[in-house]
Design a protein around this ligand. Sequence first.
Ligand code: THG
Length: 268
Amino acid sequence: MEIIGEKINTTIKSVRRAVEERDGAFIQELARKQATAGAHYLDVNSGMALHPEEEAADFDWLVPVVQKAVDLPLCIDSSRRQPLEAALKLHKGRAMINSVNGDQPTMEMIFPLVKEYRCKIIALTSSKEKGIPSSSGERIKIAEEIVKESQIYRIPLEDIYFDPLVLPISTADNNAVLFLETLREIKQTFKAVKTISGLSNISFGLPKRRLINRIFLSLALAAGMDAAILDPTDNKIMAMAQATETLLGKDAFCGQYLNAFKEGRLET
Ligand code: THG
């Protein structure tokens, strides 16, 4: 499983302050902690900036600050052109963009950037017109439109990470099942594409959210999910992820599991 560390996100108050005050040490500490914990990408979000120019200026500062601290590619969390271009110009390695959806103007803006900068791209199965459809069939239809448009630019299918979108289980009993069904159908329909999720919306409105999030991660991995946006400094979720991958036959001779044990990464 590929892990995208979620913690450099201005929806978190302490991070918002650090970005506003240009507190590089704080951001670099968050970056190092997530890298040490096993993140493969770091999500970088400055979505609290109201104006695109402001968000672009934040990325001008954030991208080099983070990449000076850790040798990891970033997941640029924006859907606006100016901030994305600012971030991609400074980024070292192959970035991921978070995200495109099924809106035609958004696709026509994002896919040329994906092509030019050889990015990976997270694609949400939603659109302005349809919102987040309540059936997996309608979500697959949006995914089909995204795949079709992406092929105009010859984006390799394995660089597209579909996010089937999680709605809280507290608002409809079927929301987790709907997510898992959509994920399986996307993998069956498009074969080479990847799947990803932020997971934590599932537990919104319930107590002991991390309990729900951890079990949901295991279920999603069993359904074939390739990547997750999560807090890699949460030892319990990382231990669960490792045990699940081993159980799913993705760990020859339990080597990674035993290694994680030796390094003390299974202590919860
Ligand atoms: N899919 C995609 N992108 C996403 C999501 C997704 N980006 C945003 C989100 N979901 C994933 N990122 C985060 C980042 C931070 C936190 C949760 C998800 C977080 N939340 C604190 C909490 O839950 O306790 C509250 C914030 C705070 O401390 O103020 O840390 O699904 N493509």
